[in-house]
Design a protein around this ligand. Sequence first.
Ligand code: GLU
Length: 445
Amino acid sequence: MTVITRFAPSPTGLLHVGNIRTALHNWMWAKAQGGRFLLRIDDTDAQRSEERFVDAIRADLAWLGLHPDAEERQSARTARYEAVFEELRAAGHIYPAYETAQELDLKRKIQRGRGLPPVYDRAALALTDADRAALAADGVRPHWRFKLDHAAPIAWIDLIRGPQAFDAATMSDPVIRRADGSWLYMLPSAIDDMDMRVTHVVRGEDHVTNTALQLQMFAAMGARAPAFAHEALLTGAEGKLSKRLGSLGVDAFREQGIEPAAIVSLLARLGTSLAVEPHLDPAPLLDTFDFAHFGRAPARFDERELAQVNARIVHQLPFAAVADRLPAGMDAAAWDAIRPNLETVGGAAEWWHVVEGPVDAPAPGEEAAYLAQAAEVARAIDWSVDPWHALTTALKEATGRKGKPLFLPLRRALTGRDHGPDMAALLPLIGRDRAIARLDSNSRG
Ligand code: GLU
């Protein structure tokens, strides 16, 4: 059996970190199993779906490296939905209902007032042919409900949540089609999963109840249901469902200098029993991917953790992967020297500026004489191999300084900062002439 998963976003907005995670896990499971990953655009809601969001979803997945093996669109499949609808209707699985939204609302209020669950009372099933004809004559068009089988137990073994059971009698027959003929999500999704031979549906636990309903739809269609894995939702760092998560997407990540591999590395393991590790290549993440590792507690998404994972990814990025994002003139040696100090690739520009100068060093004060001496030594040493070692060894001998008093004034004069990349790596990039000029200008306290 070939594993087939699908990511099924509605193109009514941009992807956010929650649905990026869902997409990732569907992709991971398919790839880990040598299967296929489908992108299914759930665009049955013509009013709210927009082509620019379809484009953005494709572009975001591509940036993340989650390449679909095929793309499907629900708006192109309405004839198929229509055909299945007719079959299900003929077999008595679908029935017309006529209540207005206000009437349904009132029914629910009354039920709640009596302490009853707000389940649809199936009043429409009691209508006679004559009633329906009269309504049609009045120009009232029905919406359509799927008739749940109250006698059939609903149960499945969720790959994350374990055994699940629902009693159809406590659930409302879901509305699957509006009076204007437009489709609600529920039935087309089940038809697609059947037709596209989806083997695993990986989605958020907000869909658990939908699964219970859709299992009856699969049964009504005579189809074998896919396996389901419902993931605990993401929360913000503070442990609450946060508004921020809803607006955090690829655009925001890019702007913050977050690498796709950092997002993949973090989201692959967040909420699982495995440790988050920075992987440039997702292969080790795929090898260890297993729904059994997922916990049922909400997974905390912390932007600080993402920034840390990102830094560890940046430290591994080879020059070739970043060359087009570096300042002009910055070569592989410079990247290797500066990379360990970066949190983002964009941060390289700042250090390249330090290499090229001019640097704004703090006034040398009492260190002016020491820096004058350093300038002398810098003129004398051999710059072709490890000039930092040569410079500091000679200065140590000449002055008896060691540790911070030996190094810090030099770092300040040469870079204008107290911290930064390893000076042994940085000094050859700064080079003899610039280094001597910087030491000279600091030797005039
Ligand atoms: N379009 C649905 C959503 O975005 C798909 C849910 C599913 O995966 O079945 O919620």
